[in-house]
Design a protein around this ligand. Structure first.
Ligand SMILES: NC(=O)c1ccc[n+]([C@@H]2O[C@H](COP(=O)([O-])OP(=O)(O)OC[C@H]3O[C@@H](n4cnc5c(N)ncnc54)[C@H](O)[C@@H]3O)[C@@H](O)[C@H]2O)c1
Length: 299
């Protein structure tokens, strides 16, 4: 199967989220913007919650161009602040009358560099932005869903960095690991109320966060570590979120879905110069082993 055309228009109702109301944090850019447009196309009404009012307005303009102007609104939100999270949830209830899905997705890189050089302020700021924000979202979104009494879906954006050492981003990695654990705890707590809580762990995805403007930039950034040949795009994450928001995942909770082009499946790379590739004819060939020509092809 070839990669979806991520530039294709999704306009037109498809109905997988018909009647639902969702809040998407970080909806002004990247994965959150992609999820906003796809959720709207699937029949949801969406509150875009983000700190950036300029790119937030761009998301609203894109949604309006696709015919969704009445089904979307922007709420300026700093996800690390409890009062803002409460106002964000209130906005969904006031504007659209209910809350079915909360996608806790906003994020940034946070403190970079060695632990021994990280200041307490940088550490705390990263944890507040990446982890406290998700706690606050679950707390207030979960409360509203429990009160409403019709279940719901909470989706948290984690990262492959939260599933192992993050490579130069210990504060970010630790926060994302916390998101994965919090997801499991919240799933247990909220299951009796039919509220599912899941996480998505993206690999490398071409968004403004990682400053890669082209597929070539991305390829340099990824540095051959990802088995899947195509670049990870915001839609790839948005479609995983769509699945988790929809009834199709109604028995899935406490799960972290990796969407990483096989990045973590690649494992420790014990034979880094001997990758095995399937060939179009159905055979398998070992590449990168030139010392014994003709002996490394197997059928
Ligand atoms: N891009 C990747 O390769 C990658 C990989 C793994 C995980 N992630 C995670 O994916 C999520 C989305 O990131 P993205 O790649 O789409 O980045 P992005 O920069 O395109 O979007 C992030 C959005 O979050 C918003 N934001 C930042 N701080 C905020 C705050 N305090 N309150 C509210 N909004 C705030 C930004 O304004 C922006 O609109 C983040 O949680 C990020 O950590 C990204």
């Amino acid at each position: 199967m070839t990669k979806r055309d991520t530039n294709s228009t999704h306009a037109g109702r498809k109905g997988r989220l018909e009647g639902q109301v969702a809040i998407i944090t970080g909806g002004a850019s990247g994965m959150g913007r992609a999820a906003t447009l796809i959720f709207l196309d699937e029949g949801a009404r969406v509150v875009v919650a983000d700190l950036n009012t300029i790119t937030g307005a761009e998301t609203i303009a894109l949604a309006t161009e696709r015919g969704h102007g009445d089904a979307v609104c922007f709420q300026r939100t700093d996800v690390s602040q409890e009062a803002d999270i409460e106002a964000m949830v209130a906005c969904a209830l006031d504007r659209f009358g209910r809350l079915d899905c909360l996608f806790n997705n906003a994020g940034l890189g946070g403190a970079l560099g060695p632990i021994v050089d990280t200041t307490m302020e940088d550490w705390d700021r990263t944890q507040h932005m990446m982890l406290r924000s998700v706690f606050l979202g679950i707390k207030h979104g979960g409360r509203a869903m429990l009160k409403q009494g019709s279940g719901g879906s909470i989706i948290n954006t984690a990262s492959v960095a939260g599933l192992g050492g993050g490579g130069g981003m210990p504060a970010y990695s630790a926060a994302k690991a916390g998101v994965i654990n919090l997801t499991q705890n919240a799933a247990l707590e909220l299951a009796p109320g039919h509220i599912r809580v899941n996480a998505i762990a993206p690999g490398f995805v071409q968004t403004p966060l990682i400053h890669a403007k082209s597929k070539e930039d991305m390829a340099r950034f990824v540095g051959g570590r990802q088995p899947w040949p195509d670049t990870g795009m915001p839609d790839d994450i948005a479609y995983a979120a769509l699945y988790l928001a929809s009834k199709e995942s109604s028995f899935v909770t406490g799960e972290t879905i990796r969407v990483d082009g096989g990045l973590l499946a690649a494992g420790p790379g014990l034979f880094p110069n001997r990758a095995i590739h399937a060939t179009p004819g159905g055979s398998f060939a070992m590449s990168g082993a030139k010392e014994r020509p003709g002996k490394d092809s197997v059928r």
